[in-house]
Every structure is written in C-alpha cells, then in structure tokens.
Design a protein around this ligand. Sequence first.
Ligand SMILES: [Zn+2]
Length: 173
Amino acid sequence: MSGRRRDDFSKKDVEIIAKRAGYICSFPSCGVPTIGPATTSQDAVNLGEAAHIYGASPNGPRYSSSQTAGERRSPENGIWLCRQHAKLIDADEQNYPPEKIFQMKNEHEQRIRVNLGKPSQISEIAGEHTAKGVGVVTGLDIVGPAIIRPGTRVIAEGIGKVTGTRIGPPHQK
Ligand SMILES: [Zn+2]
C-alpha cells in the first residue's frame, strides 16, 4: 500500500522549479530548452520535468525515509530536467546519488543567475566578410561562441600574416 504513496510537487512548485532553471535542462552540458510554442497559437509545449532529488515514493529511486512529506514535496527537492535526463538519473541511480544531483542543480541555477537579464552571448555570423591589406589581415575574427549561417563567405587577401577565419580568444593588446 505504501508503494502507491507519492509526495508529488504541487503545480505551482513545478513551475517554480522550471523557472529557476530558466526552463532549460539542468543536466551538465545538455542545455536543451524545454518550453516553446505549440502549433495552435494559444498553447505551449513543455518537454521538461520536475524530477525529485530525494525520491517521491518509498519504492522509487533515491528515497529517504528521514525526509518529511513536506520536505519531499518542497521545490528545494526538485531539479528541472529534459525527459531524457529525468529518465537517466532514475535508471542509473548508482551514478546519480542525491548529492550529485543537488550539485547539478546548484551549478545550473548559478549559470542562469549570471546570465539573467543579459543579452545572449552567442553571435550570429552571415553574409560576406572581406579583408585586404598588408601586415596582419584577418577575414573574419570570431571571439566567443558563434553560429555561422550557411552561405557565409570569407575573403582575406594581402601580404603578410593572412588568416581567413580566426576563432579564438580576444587578441592581446
Ligand atoms: Zn537534458
């Protein structure tokens, strides 16, 4: 009978867990966005889950009998994950003990906190980039993460140190 008992998160707390994660999977280097528009203009699609860190039911993974029902249901005991990673932490319990999941959650929330209210760090590169000259000639100099659109053209011509596309840290001044 006890196997049926689950201390699920309330709807409101699921939302809090999701929002604290920016609706992005908290699993390291996953980064999958879990929320977006549905086909009908009046709805949204959610591909994420509020997973329990310490298990929700005695038969479930990572259950701790020393937790109260209230602690189990608290948003503090939840992590926002994509479906795949929510499944993974349960299927591979040995590899994902609660301490490790708490760490994932904290690191992810920290990243979200740092980027909150700031414009995206990813630059988009498209079109034609031409550089001609003498000395140091760089057609396209990419600093930081970037998306290069199909059809992007780079032309670098000159005498000296000619580089078509340079991807790397900022130049030392
Ligand atoms: Zn994920």
